[in-house]
Design a protein around this ligand. Structure first.
Ligand code: GLN
Length: 474
């Protein structure tokens, strides 16, 4: 899709295409965008249209617009993580991924809504209000990259970037019926990504097709010295390898049964049988520590958040209003006004988990569980090439349904957080419907083996019609 779009823009007009998107966004009910970079984007499109020299339009995304999640730094465009505390912050630099996109000719069209500081699975905690799911405006788009997923699914942007700390690319991809990939930890530089829980998160693509995700990976993956966790080396993701003949797929018994919606379970099993029909084989595997993943994830994520968010104090970063009083009062005034309730809850719990006396009982314990979870995957990958299961145990839920019950929201992340704890890559691809709402199949790969994840996902996509279905609302 993106490849064809690029060709069309080369012979047609990038400006016209972009104008149509902006008109659509103006009429939109989704609330997916937070800021539109209209002027700079249109200027870039005009420059692209004007320059018809032979060397022009060679970039992999030449003239193609892309939407960017609020927490990825964009020079000259507000980056506030959908938090009151950072409103008005305009970064003086681009994140690594943005530099890479620009080098390939992409046009940054605007920023997309998210849960405040990426803490959530529904995009309801944003200071800009909730984003809506294009398949049903009364339901959430998933989160925390809900804006990015909604604008792609709703036809307001051809592709987007999100970030995934515990599922935030895959969950909204699943709820909105599109493709989303969480790369291996270290594969994509986090330079310029505002940190929530930095040992877990990666930036990832949200697109209509697997090939488009591979194309974005081709651009954003690769070593960057400014991120100390950035891995050396770089693979090629294009062209995506064809077929699944002989691929061995592991089905974790812990990923089915209690708590999993029946329609979701059926769609995922149908998908496994489709892959089998295409020549893959499957066998049951066990990931026995799955039941501890949520507890470990939330202890680690909140601990890291409490440390990462300490910089938002109105002195170094963040809101500064009213009169300055003594340091302590000013500091707590700013933070209590600037942060929303979910962020405060996590800072408090994270600080508690790290405090002297409790550190060993919570944080250290969680790190040990993290190793056990990673070892579960390493063991499974001795026998199989991929692991498959549902991305989310449920389809999109109604706006407001879970927001006052944080625990029920956290529980929805049961199949996405183990992947971040282990650092392995995983994709969500549309695999059917539960009623009128999309369901995602999650394919999990070995460290740095995105190629096989993309290969299986593309074979599945080619054999099924789900990625072609579009919501009617928009
Ligand atoms: N829902 C998870 C959380 O709230 C994951 C969020 C994310 O991946 N950024 O932490």
């Amino acid at each position: 899709m993106l490849g064809e779009l690029r060709e069309q823009l080369r012979s047609g007009s990038a400006e016209d295409y972009l104008c149509k998107l902006f008109e659509k966004i103006e009429r939109s009910k989704l609330n997916g965008f937070t800021t539109l970079a209209k002027e700079s984007a249109l200027q870039q499109a005009r420059d692209f249209d004007r320059d018809r020299s032979p060397g022009q339009g060679q970039g992999l995304l030449a003239g193609v617009p892309i939407a960017i999640k609020e927490c990825i730094s964009t020079r000259g465009i507000q980056t506030c993580c959908s938090s009151r505390i950072l409103q008005g912050y305009i970064p003086p630099y681009d994140a690594h991924v943005i530099e890479r996109l620009k080098a390939e000719g992409a046009i940054i069209m605007g920023k997309t809504n998210m849960d405040e500081f990426a803490m959530g699975s529904s995009t309801e905690t944003s200071c800009f209000g909730p984003t809506k799911n294009p398949w049903d405006l009364n339901t959430v788009p998933g989160g925390s990259s809900g804006g990015s997923a909604a604008v792609v699914a709703g036809g307001e942007a051809p592709c987007a970037l999100g970030s995934d700390t515990g599922g935030s690319v895959r969950c909204p991809a699943s709820f909105c019926g599109i493709v989303g990939l969480k790369p291996t930890y270290g594969l994509v530089s986090r330079y310029g990504l505002v940190a929530y829980a930095n040992s877990l998160e990666q930036i990832g693509p949200l697109t209509h097709t697997v090939e488009d995700t591979a194309l974005l990976m081709q651009i954003i993956a690769g070593h960057d010295g400014r991120d100390t966790t950035s891995a050396e080396g770089k693979s090629d993701y294009l062209p995506v390898k064809e077929g699944v003949k002989g691929l061995k797929i592991g089905i974790p018994k812990e990923y089915f049964g209690e708590g999993v919606n029946k329609d979701v379970e059926k769609a995922v099993w149908d998908a496994i049988h489709t892959l089998e029909g295409l020549g893959a084989t499957w066998q049951e595997v066990s990931l026995p520590h799955t039941k501890h993943a949520l507890a470990a994830y939330y202890v680690i994520a909140m601990s890291e958040a409490s440390s990462n968010l300490a910089r938002f104090d109105g002195l170094r970063y963040g809101l500064r209003e009213g009169e300055d009083k003594d340091w302590h009062t000013t500091f707590s005034d700013i933070r209590s006004k600037g942060f929303g309730p979910e962020v405060k809850r996590r800072i408090l719990l994270g600080t508690y988990a790290l405090s002297a006396g409790y550190y060993g009982r919570y944080y250290l314990k969680a790190l040990k569980v993290r190793t056990l979870i990673k070892n579960d995957f390493l063991k499974a990958f001795k026998d199989v090439d991929l692991v498959a299961g549902p991305t989310m145990p449920i389809p999109a839920f109604r706006i407001g349904e879970r927001i006052n019950d944080p625990l029920s929201l956290y529980l929805a992340d049961v199949f996405t957080v183990p992947i971040n704890l282990a650092g392995v890559p995983a994709i969500s691809v549309p695999c059917g419907f539960a009623g009128h709402l999309p369901v995602g199949l999650q394919l999990i790969g070995k460290h740095f083996d995105e190629a096989t994840v993309l290969q299986a996902a593309q074979a599945f996509e080619a054999a099924t019609p789900f990625h072609e279905k579009k919501p009617e609302v928009v």
